[in-house]
Ligand binder design. Structure first.
Ligand SMILES: NC(=O)c1ccc[n+]([C@@H]2O[C@H](COP(=O)([O-])OP(=O)(O)OC[C@H]3O[C@@H](n4cnc5c(N)ncnc54)[C@H](OP(=O)(O)O)[C@@H]3O)[C@@H](O)[C@H]2O)c1
Length: 244
């Protein structure tokens, strides 16, 4: 059975909503300490209010799309405040459906900033051996099934997630000799705030077991963060009810 202790600290980005909130609450329920990162303080506080052990949730408001190159220093500053980290769950992200005729360099940049550049630089900060617990540390990144199969209108989103999956596999192989693992979890439609936007392109009847829920993804993320998955790295797990 998976359990953690309060000395095992995890950075969870996107912890104010959806999958990130689910991951933060489940980690906390299983005994870990969570450094919860997102922009919206009210929603972060609401998440903390739902936690089983609220004393082990630490709210860190931050816009991860700003000053991206400095994110490794940001991770270092969190380490100095809280101590070394056992794991990073990068669940922040934005959706976006735009037909190719409306795609501009700036619209691609906006999606890539939070969906690609920020996770790469957060992983860079986490991978610094001064910031993690060494052997057994784990990074899990929320990518998307859209990163392996593009649907109409998803040039930017699918591009950001496909690039993310490819880069994380490279980072995983780079960090494997240090026993630090890196995996992606790639859902299709999950019922969150983001899904309202994405849902327009995916018919509900497409899923033989119904729409996915946050817990379906959060449990996979927790497994990949935990010691129980200690020989698993450089993988991209598609959570899709068999649709792709
Ligand atoms: N839901 C789905 O159907 C689905 C499917 C495939 C993949 N995914 C991926 O799963 C991840 C989580 O999605 P979700 O459905 O949970 O979305 P969500 O409910 O919209 O949550 C997104 C989270 O990202 C945070 N965020 C966005 N921009 C940020 C920024 N600039 N700086 C810091 N935090 C930021 C938001 O917090 P604030 O607004 O408070 O900053 C929020 O906590 C995303 O990477 C998404 O692409 C989701």
């Amino acid at each position: 059975m998976i359990s953690f202790n309060a000395e095992q600290r995890f950075i969870v980005t996107g912890a104010s909503s959806g999958i990130g909130e689910g991951v933060a609450l489940l980690l906390n329920e299983l005994g870990a300490s969570v450094i919860a990162v997102a922009r919206n303080v009210e929603r972060l506080s609401a998440m903390k209010a739902k936690a089983k052990h609220p004393e082990n949730i630490f709210i860190e408001p931050k816009d991860l799309a700003e000053d991206i190159e400095n994110l490794p220093n940001y991770v270092k500053s969190l380490k100095e405040k809280y101590g070394k980290f056992q794991g990073l769950a990068y669940c922040a992200g934005i959706g976006g459906i735009r037909p190719l005729r409306a795609v501009e360099k700036e619209t691609i940049q906006e999606i890539f900033d939070i969906n690609y550049f920020a996770p790469v630089f957060m992983a860079k900060g986490f991978a610094d051996k001064r910031n993690n617990n060494g052997k057994g540390s784990s990074i899990v990144i929320l990518a998307s099934a859209g990163g392996v199969r593009g649907e109409p209108g998803m040039t930017e989103y699918s591009g950001s997630k496909g690039a993310l999956i490819a880069s994380m596999q490279s980072i995983a192989r780079e960090l494997a000799p240090s026993y630090i693992r890196v995996n992606c979890v790639s859902p299709t439609l999950i019922q969150t705030q983001m899904a309202d936007e994405i849902a327009r392109t995916y018919a509900e009847g497409k899923y033989p077991m119904g729409l996915g829920e946050v817990s379906d993804v959060a449990n996979m993320v927790i497994y990949l963060l935990a010691e129980q998955s200690h020989w698993i790295t450089a993988q991209n797990y598609i959570v899709d009810c068999g649709v792709i």
